[in-house]
Design a protein. Structure first.
Length: 141
């Protein structure tokens, strides 16, 4: 539904911090995004060279970026930026390694004005690898 060029128009993130490759589906309060995990990712040089694993914090960031696209779509304001306001109940179930394709699903739980709470889940091959409740504040650029 949205390729990397459209995502760059929506999110302020850029390499190496843009962690969403594509938005596959987007409805009023749900979204599905994709992150291809490449062996060329810079973080694998140090995490861990002999046993590469995607850092959990970057999985959460990828979930937040997909959720941010949804939040900005809900606001309908091109001059807004989503900021993290909180993370609850984050859980990591399985390691994410080079070659994996991270499918990220997010759904709005609550939205009041410019504050929102989203349930996010990341999976690889239909197995949940991480999940969290993410809180956002939408601010003007």
């Amino acid at each position: 539904m949205l390729d990397i060029n459209k995502i760059k128009e929506i999110l302020p993130h850029r390499y190496p911090f843009l962690l969403v490759d594509r938005i596959l589906e987007m409805e009023a309060e749900k979204i599905i995004g994709l992150k291809n995990v490449s062996a060329n990712e810079n973080f694998f040089n140090g995490h861990y060279p002999d046993h590469p694993v995607m850092p959990g914090v970057l999985i959460v960031e990828a979930m937040a970026q997909v959720a941010g696209v949804l939040m900005l779509d809900q606001q309908g304001d091109e001059n807004s930026v989503p900021y993290f306001a909180g993370i609850d109940k984050a859980r990591f179930r399985k390691p994410v390694v080079p070659g994996d394709q991270l499918i990220i699903k997010a759904e709005v739980l609550k939205l009041r004005g410019r504050i929102g709470k989203i349930a996010a889940e990341a999976s690889v091959e239909d197995k949940v690898v991480a999940e969290a409740k993410l809180m956002f504040a939408i601010e003007q650029k």
